[in-house]
Design a protein around this ligand. Structure first.
Ligand code: E4P
Length: 214
């Protein structure tokens, strides 16, 4: 299972990359705004820190402008994956871009049938938002289960990229369900790593080591 970090904060990306287990990065316009920096500058820095897929989102919503933006983003670096919103023009653009060999990440997916259309359009990744579904009292992880089953039924090559991850349970369930990727905020990566019994166990081992005669 691949692990992406869901942020545009280069300090967080640098720290997560140092772990050696980071496979890629996802950004979105809200995460870009949080940095307070020009996005192109941030994107170049991210591309220099991580050698893996880096998702950058188009903000056009009309078909032709969406294609222009997508082609411009894709030309920046071979690792760029163009994020496209799951709307009518987005699916249409995904099909065109996929025919051109441009990698796409279809975002803002909230239903299995949206995911089916994205796969049929040739999306490289589908991003179902589990946390935002949980927020409105739906079962976000059930969506992942259904998409994984549908994609397996028809051997779609589109990768299931679990997005809007809020906690380690989302990550655990994604792994059990066979999702291809989870994109996770820095805070959740740290939660995956840390365990109080590891910390107390290590503390005890180190204290006991002091009692071992030289
Ligand atoms: C990632 O690709 C998504 O844009 C992101 O996971 C959305 O997360 P949020 O629902 O926490 O904003």
């Amino acid at each position: 299972m691949k692990l992406f970090i869901d942020t545009a904060d280069v300090t967080e990306i640098r720290e997560a990359a140092a772990l050696g287990v980071l496979d890629g990065v996802t950004t979105n316009p809200s995460l870009a705004a949080k940095t307070g920096r020009p996005f192109r500058e941030v994107l170049d820095e991210i591309l220099s820190l991580v050698d893996g897929p880096v998702s950058a989102e188009v903000v056009a919503t009309d078909y032709e402008p969406m294609l222009d933006e997508a082609r411009e983003l894709a030309a920046i670096h071979k690792n760029i994956v163009v994020k496209i919103p799951l709307i009518f023009n987005g699916i249409k653009a995904t099909k065109t871009l996929s025919d051109e060999g441009i990698k796409t990440n279809v975002t803002l997916c909230f239903s299995p049938m949206q995911a089916l259309l994205a796969a049929k359009a040739g999306a490289s990744y589908i991003s179902p938002f589990v946390g935002r579904l949980d927020d409105i009292s739906h079962d976000g992880m059930q969506l992942i289960e259904q998409i994984v089953e549908i994609y397996n039924n028809y051997d779609f090559s589109t990768e299931v990229l679990v997005a809007s991850v809020r906690n380690p349970i989302h990550m655990l369930q994604s792994a059990l369900m066979g999702a291809d990727v989870a994109t996770v905020p820095f805070k959740v990566i740290m939660q995956l790593l840390n365990h109080p019994l590891t910390d107390s166990g290590l503390k005890q081992f180190l204290a006991d080591w002091e009692k071992v005669p030289e």
